[in-house]
Design a protein around this ligand. Structure first.
Ligand code: AR6
Length: 175
């Protein structure tokens, strides 16, 4: 991968609800009606307007994505994607996780968004192994950025320092 493509990716450790970007991605569930983890944090920070818009959407299948406004967040939009629950690793989990990243990027491109931030989708409550999920996330985002100008920048927002280290190591390896 070229340095120019890799340099469009940033890794930060922190709370995704605090980021001032065009869109943050939410690791949602198929109901789109909120939950725990990053989903709960995003709904708490965005306020009731987000839940109302999500309710009107009426759900989202695993591996797909939907976009809403950001309401009280600094982020202008929220892209809700539904990661797979990790079962045995042999039930399409990798394919579905890849699809989450691609479908989210596709929505960002469609709206001409410049900067999008992702959490580590499926690696909390849904139990996807962190290293394998990072490999899928970074490969999919790098391939997208290599082929598209939009979004211009992608941030991986990791909640723990351990997760951030996994992403930084993976990105260094891709240079
Ligand atoms: N900012 C960034 N990352 C966060 C934050 C935050 N504020 N809070 C947690 N994370 P999870 P999943 C990280 O469980 O595995 C919900 O109930 C967390 O450390 O939020 O896709 C939904 O409604 C982990 O690295 O999402 C679904 O039912 C990552 O976000 C289900 O959980 C994902 O962990 C989705 O499970």
């Amino acid at each position: 991968m070229t340095d120019a493509t890799v340099s469009r990716i940033k890794v930060v450790r922190g709370d995704i609800t605090q980021l001032d970007v065009d869109a943050i991605v939410n690791a949602a569930n198929e109901s789109l009606l909120g939950g725990g983890g990053v989903d709960g944090a995003i709904h708490r920070a965005a306020g009731p307007g987000l839940l109302a818009e999500c309710r009107a959407i009426g759900g989202c299948p695993t591996g797909e994505a939907r976009i809403t406004n950001g309401y009280r967040l600094k982020a202008r939009h929220v892209i809700h994607t539904v990661g797979p629950v990790y079962n045995d690793g042999d039930s399409d989990e990798p394919k579905l996780l890849k699809s989450c990243y691609e479908q989210s990027l596709k929505l960002a491109q469609h709206r001409s968004l410049k900067e999008v931030a992702f959490p580590c989708i499926s690696t909390g409550v849904f139990g996807f192994p962190k290293e394998e999920a990072c490999e899928i996330a970074v490969t999919t985002v790098l391939n997208w950025l290599h082929a598209h100008d939009c979004p211009a920048h992608v941030t991986f927002c990791c909640f723990s320092e351990d997760d951030a280290a996994i992403y930084r190591t993976r990105l260094i390896a891709s240079k």
